[in-house]
Design a protein around this ligand. Structure first.
Ligand SMILES: NC(=O)c1ccc[n+]([C@@H]2O[C@H](COP(=O)([O-])OP(=O)(O)OC[C@H]3O[C@@H](n4cnc5c(N)ncnc54)[C@H](OP(=O)(O)O)[C@@H]3O)[C@@H](O)[C@H]2O)c1
Length: 241
């Protein structure tokens, strides 16, 4: 299985690389920029698991860079079996305190960049007549919250895009699903104060925040043939909020 993972240098994306590599998958690990730590970690992970992992660099707000990055993957000439659209950003702010330009910027990363990647990769997948696309949604796109107008709306858009694409691409043998995580321990969530994190944990029936590998394992399941009849679903992974 050959897999593209965006936002693979930290957080949930990093756990995805570890989880997929441990299951024997080869990976195009997409990130914004090269660092020696990232490349050395990729080399170690590849060697440990006997797979290849190739870094691919592009900035998600740059349409030409996305195009070039994905083209370089296509030019590898290998089958692209799975695309995990994980890269994303989060902001908190009441509409009255927000600049619409900043909301547009967030949509550029969370929604439009994802759409560009999918458009290019799904053309290739449809020629192969198989493929799996997994998009990162969020419970913030399901549960309305004050201050989450930008992030929540972008994730709601991602989840509706997922369902529409499942209908468009299903006939070509491509499954499209989304994961809607609850609060997961990453840098993204540590923008919040400790009291907020405690409250978020207390709102789950498991009374704790989620771990990155708990999202990665669901992505691995969705990518596998174990999930061969799951299409157009939003899988909530939120510890039972
Ligand atoms: N953590 C949570 O509680 C939670 C809950 C629900 C959904 N999610 C979703 O899960 C996904 C991963 O989140 P995370 O918690 O792992 O976040 P994270 O630790 O902040 O990592 C975000 C990743 O996205 C990349 N990224 C952001 N903007 C980019 C850009 N303009 N160009 C290229 N790469 C960019 C980051 O790269 P850099 O390192 O270069 O910035 C990083 O690899 C996101 O889509 C997020 O919305 C997270």
């Amino acid at each position: 299985m050959n897999v593209i993972i965006t936002g693979s240098n930290r957080g949930i994306g990093k756990a995805m690389v570890e989880t997929f590599a441990a299951s024997g998958a080869n990976i195009w690990a997409c990130a914004r920029k090269a660092t020696p730590e990232f490349e050395s970690w990729l080399n170690t992970t590849a060697k440990t698991n006997g797979v290849w992992i190739k870094p691919v660099y592009f900035e998600m707000t740059d349409a030409e860079a996305i195009n070039a990055g994905i083209q370089s993957i296509i030019d590898d000439g290998q089958s692209i079996d799975v695309l995990v659209n994980n890269a994303g950003i989060s902001t908190v702010g009441l509409l009255s305190m927000s600049k619409v330009e900043d909301i547009e910027k967030l949509f550029e990363v969370n929604y439009f960049a994802m759409l560009r990647v999918i458009q290019k990769v799904s053309k290739r997948m449809s020629r192969q007549k198989h493929g799996v696309i997994i998009n990162m949604g969020s419970i913030a796109g399901i549960e309305p919250q004050p201050g989450k107008i930008a992030y929540g709306s972008s994730k709601a858009a991602v989840m509706m895009m997922t369902k529409c694409l499942a209908k468009e691409l299903g006939p070509m043998g491509i499954r499209v699903n989304a994961i809607a995580p609850g609060p997961i321990e990453t840098k993204m969530i540590h923008q919040y104060k400790d009291e907020v994190l405690e409250k978020l944990a207390s709102e789950t029936s498991l009374r704790r925040l989620g771990r990155t590998e708990e999202i990665a394992r669901v992505a691995l399941f969705l990518a596998s043939d174990q999930a061969s009849y799951i299409n157009g679903e939003i899988i909530k992974v939120d510890g039972g909020r």
